[in-house]
Structures are given as structure tokens and as C-alpha cells.
Design a protein. Structure first.
Length: 189
């Protein structure tokens, strides 16, 4: 079910919804735009162009379907004029993690005009809530090592670098958020 949320003091609103295959084209446009804005000054020109080309070709219909089959999904923030953000989530695909115990944020992108308006935070929290329903012990995500804005965003929300790094044209750091184990049992008394 979609949730109505205040976007900014001007009174704009957005909804968090599960993406459908009908959103594929808009997801591609949003991903390319927000990825290009986020990384243009952080990556080497050749690597930036190569990745941007890949993102333009991504088949979001298959991605949505595949993520749902894996037990995850893609959430979108819908505003009056279209998609404002996206968050892809599911089980971890890292070799050193048991996917049943670890939920993973695969992508979180927000339209540049709504940075710092809460869209990314709400998407991330909604994805974490859905992942928590699958009973993982922790959540993980990868962030570009030389992206201080993204790293600060995750750290404000309680995520911490866990020491894992990977290189695929640029260095990424893995961030982790351990989940509190809750019990439905009440103390005797």
C-alpha cells in the first residue's frame, strides 16, 4: 500500500510504492540521471562513460522481475511529476555473506532536485523494513569510497563501514547495519 508523506515545507508530497514492470522506462531515466549527477566528478572519465553506457542499456523489466524472484524488490518514490527516487533491495550477493542472514541494498538513487528532502532516507527505511520481514541478522550496501556525501548520509542513519572493500573500476566500501534481535517472549513474572 502506498504511503502519503510530506516532502518539503512547501507541501509537496510523494508516495512509496513497489515498482512494477510499467515503471521500467521511468526507472531507467531516473537511474541514468541520478547516477550521472552523483558520479561525474568522482570517477575517471573513461570509467564514468563506460558505466553510464551500461546504465542506459539496463533492462529494468528483467531487473524488477529477477529481484522479486530472489525475495527482494524495487521501491519507488512517486511525486506529482513522476519518479523521485528508487531503492533496489534483496538478499546479499556477496561471497562472504550467507544470503539468508543478510539483506542488501543494491541501489538507492534520488533525483538531484530532491536531494536532502528525505526521499532517500524514506526509501532506505522502507526497504530495510521489508528486508527485516525476511529475518536477516544484518543489512549491507556498497558505497563508493571517495563519495563523502553518500557515506555521511548512511552514517547519519546508523550504517558503518565493516572493512570490506572491492574494486571494479573504482574502490567501494561495504557498509553494514546490524539488526537488533527481538523476542516476542515476555519475562516470567
Amino acid at each position: 500500500m502506498a504511503e502519503r508523506l510530506l516532502l518539503d515545507p512547501a507541501g509537496s508530497h510523494f508516495q512509496i510504492d513497489t515498482a512494477s514492470e510499467a515503471d521500467a522506462s521511468a526507472l531507467r531515466e531516473l537511474h541514468v540521471l541520478s547516477w550521472a549527477d552523483a558520479y561525474v566528478s568522482l570517477l575517471t572519465p573513461a570509467f564514468y562513460r563506460e558505466r553510464l553506457s551500461r546504465h542506459r542499456e539496463r533492462d529494468w523489466t528483467s531487473l524488477i522481475r529477477g529481484q522479486q524472484e530472489a525475495g527482494g524488490g524495487v521501491l519507488v518514490a512517486r511525486g506529482a511529476d513522476g519518479l523521485l527516487g528508487l531503492c533496489q533491495y534483496g538478499p546479499s550477493e556477496d561471497d562472504d555473506e550467507l544470503s539468508a542472514n543478510v539483506g542488501h541494498i543494491h541501489r538507492l538513487y534520488v533525483h538531484p532536485v530532491v536531494h536532502r528532502h528525505g526521499v532517500g532516507r524514506v526509501l532506505l527505511l522502507a526497504a530495510a523494513e521489508r528486508l527485516t520481514a525476511l529475518s536477516p541478522r544484518r543489512l549491507t550496501l556498497w558505497v563508493l569510497e571517495n563519495d563523502p556525501r553518500a557515506r555521511a548520509f548512511y552514517e547519519r542513519l546508523g550504517w558503518r563501514a565493516d572493512g570490506a572493500r572491492r574494486f571494479d573500476g573504482a574502490w567501494d566500501l561495504r557498509y553494514r547495519k546490524d539488526l537488533a534481535q527481538t523476542s516476542s517472549r515476555r519475562p516470567a513474572g
